[in-house]
Design a binder for this molecule. Structure first.
Ligand code: ADP
Ligand code: MG
Length: 239
């Protein structure tokens, strides 16, 4: 179980300040959702936590350990993106096993982990198929499975449902909620611009606006006590 501490985190691309001093405490095994309008810095903040971008200033710590200069794999994170880049020439099983093989896991152990993740996501029947033989929702579940098998301490999602149609979005959202219940030792951060996803999945929601944190709270707190018209507008509460 990992707590994540963001202390005055800043990110600039050249002279363009994107993240402008974010302080945030994420509890061990919490499901934290970042919401906010397009371009407010959600993906950038997630990529800073992942280690896919360098932090310009501030301190990022996992538990008591500063991780600013660690690589994504040293941080023990896994990330699922909007576009599920599966290897087209590999079966579902091999897609899921690939990272474990690189990490030199034993064959039996790899098989056990892939089967366990496949069962969790109800894709066992598709393990021998190629990605092109799957629907979009199934492919996204394989992408999630590929992350799960590595047993991450921190699981990051960047708008994982936005390429799916409405029905699949609902179904896959329910899968993610179940996953969180099962992976109860894993801290999850989930980026979305969809209020329904945020309200239904989050333990707490962090509303971002133009590179700063506008408000953090449980879905109910934000709904009942939005601190600004911006938050009210975003969460859909009557203010
Ligand atoms: P969101 O995910 O909330 O839509 P992003 O984090 O992707 O927002 O982007 C925030 C801002 O930072 C945007 O104005 C975007 O154009 C800019 N940005 C993101 N990545 C880069 C980059 N590599 N170089 C320059 N600007 C970037
Ligand atoms: Mg984004």
């Amino acid at each position: 179980m990992t707590a994540i501490h963001l202390n005055n985190i800043r990110k600039s691309f050249g002279t363009f300040d994107v993240i402008k001093g974010v302080d945030l405490e994420i509890s061990p095994s919490e499901f934290m959702v970042f919401v906010g309008p397009s371009g407010c810095g959600k993906s950038t903040l997630l990529r800073l936590i992942a280690g896919l971008e360098d932090i310009t200033a501030g301190t990022l710590a996992f538990d008591d350990k500063v991780v600013n200069s660690l690589t994504p794999s040293q941080r023990g994170i896994a990330m699922v993106f909007q576009s599920y880049a599966l290897y087209p020439h590999m079966t579902v099983f091999d897609n899921m096993a690939f990272g474990l093989k690189l990490a030199k896991g034993g064959t039996d152990e790899i098989r056990r982990r892939v089967n366990e993740a496949a069962e969790m996501l109800q894709i066992t029947a598709y393990l021998d198929r190629l990605p092109k033989q799957l629907s979009g929702g199934q492919r996204q579940r394989v992408a999630i499975g590929r992350a799960i098998v590595r047993d991450p301490k921190v699981f990051l999602f960047d708008e994982p449902l936005s390429n799916l149609d409405a029905a699949l979005r609902v179904q896959t959202r329910l899968e993610i909620a179940k996953l969180h219940a099962k992976m109860h030792e894993t801290t999850m951060i989930y980026v979305t611009h969809d209020q329904v996803e945020a309200m239904t999945l989050a333990d707490r929601i962090c509303v971002l606006r133009d590179g700063i944190v506008e408000q953090v709270g449980t879905p109910l707190e934000l709904y009942e006590k939005p601190q600004s018209v911006f938050v009210a507008g975003f969460i859909g509460s009557p203010k």
